[in-house]
Design a protein around this ligand. Sequence first.
Ligand code: ADP
Ligand code: BMX
Ligand code: ZN
Length: 288
Amino acid sequence: MIIALDIGGTKLAASLINDNNIIIDSRRSSTPKSGCADDLASALEQLIAPLLNQASAIVVASTGIINQGRLTAVNPDNLGGLNDFPLQTTIEEISGLPVQLLNDAQAAAWGEYCQLERPCKSMAFITVSTGVGAGLVINGELQTGLTGLAGHAGHTTVDPQGPKCGCGRSGCVEALASGTAIGKLAGEIYKKNLDAKAVFERFHQGDQNAQMIIDRSAQAIAILLGNMKALLDIEVVVIGGSVGLAEGYLARVRYFMEQQPALFQVDITPARLGHEAGLKGAALWASQ
Ligand code: ADP
Ligand code: BMX
Ligand code: ZN
């Protein structure tokens, strides 16, 4: 069995997965927000410790650019300011096992591609979560790019007048659509701390401010989908992440997508692997 580890901006998850890609055991914890590398290392150590004696290898799906064994943040704000972390050596040292690494959205893209009901040539996966991540499978091949940056569509600009993103650009999809962006705008409007989950509760109660906040996010994602269609002739886009999978969200993305010319519209579907897309996708990728 292998351990799949999912490192997100909000949560850490580790699962023991068998040869049939079935999860046998799982653990979860919160991602440390101190920005301190030692805190992340010890959180990972505690998380995987109970699973170690049954595993022969570890595969990691992590937020950030994954290149040459290191995690480099595009948006360091998502990791409390941490922008460079020796992921491979850290996990090798705490586990004593061989370790493979992949970006979280790239891993989920591969997992979802392997699960498609109708096989296709070109698919994108988008996670709307702490940030906005994306992974591309083109002509059946997962794209990681020369340096691991391929697919970082959350940092494409959809509104040059939009809010500053932690990556240094302005009006990135992530700065408008992510769970973090939803929470930030809610803080400005309601003058108190509300996370994306709380905004969705208000959205479902018919609160007009909450609807406007969710719509800003859904519209940015819809524009991104049109851009991806134009760039790559994507056939289907799979959406995941806690915001992406929240009730009512995809309907709003579809609403805004349908305002675009038909040429730029694309099929959207929720992740079949749900919140486990990163974990299971990483395991499938490691077993090829
Ligand atoms: P990660 O980014 O660590 O992979 P998630 O996919 O859970 O984790 O995304 C975290 C973001 O999703 C946070 O902004 C959080 O407020 C938001 N969130 C968590 N649960 C829900 C929910 N049930 N509905 C809407 N948003 C949620
Ligand atoms: C950010 C970036 C991506 C990641 C995406 C989703 C960092 C640390 N991460 O755009 O690499 O795929 O967030 O990550 O710069 P998540 O934490 O929301 O799952
Ligand atoms: Zn950005």
